[in-house]
Design a protein around this ligand. Structure first.
Ligand code: HEC
Length: 156
């Protein structure tokens, strides 16, 4: 298989699994261990704070702050090394694969946003910021519907 068709297949499969998940997912929150729940909530609050800072920095052309905060989101990612092996096992048994995929996608978008900060590309920053916001909504509407019943799934 060529790299190109490989990528296409991956994109198709990802799209397929994401659209299936948004139809039939259950909240993951009740399945998390206390520790994971605490870690995730801490992480989410720092993601939230960083997104707010990025938004202001982006509209004022403070590219360094965009880069720094997006990099922080990327580095503090829940699936990063900060978790013990046991936490990782607990997480994998609590959440479906699609949740992990969404989290990974979010992680990649944050890295891309950091890069757009470094290259001082406002247009790209704006695009990526929107995609990340879409990711928050997608994950919350699909997997955190018990805590956030008001968030509706985004229609394609
Ligand atoms: C892959 C899934 C996923 C993505 C992507 C995601 N979240 Fe979350 N978020 C969660 C889960 C799960 C919880 C609930 C954790 C709990 O209560 O145990 C949560 C909770 C939160 C909370 C509440 C934290 C608290 O103190 O209880 C905030 C704020 C938040 N998210 C912000 C964001 C923002 C902003 C984004 C995007 C920039 C985002 N989230 C992207 C899964 C996600």
């Amino acid at each position: 298989m060529t790299t190109r068709s490989g990528k296409l297949l991956t994109a198709l499969l990802l799209g397929l699994s994401l659209s299936t998940s948004s139809l039939a997912a259950e909240p993951v929150t009740p399945k998390l261990t206390d520790k994971l729940s605490r870690l995730l909530q801490e992480e989410m609050r720092s993601v939230q704070a960083a997104m707010t800072t990025i938004h202001s920095a982006m509209v004022m052309g403070q590219h360094e702050d965009v880069a720094e905060n997006a990099q922080q989101i990327h580095d503090s990612f829940i699936l990063s090394q900060s978790m013990t092996d046991q936490d990782r096992k607990d997480l994998m048994s609590a959440v479906p694969e699609d949740f992990v995929k969404l989290d990974q996608e979010f992680h990649e978008l944050a890295a891309a946003l950091a890069e757009a900060g470094r290259t001082e590309d406002t247009d790209e920053q704006q695009k990526l910021f929107g995609e990340m916001t879409r990711n928050c909504i997608q994950c919350h509407s699909t997997y955190v519907s018990d805590r956030f019943p008001g968030v509706q799934a985004i229609k394609d």
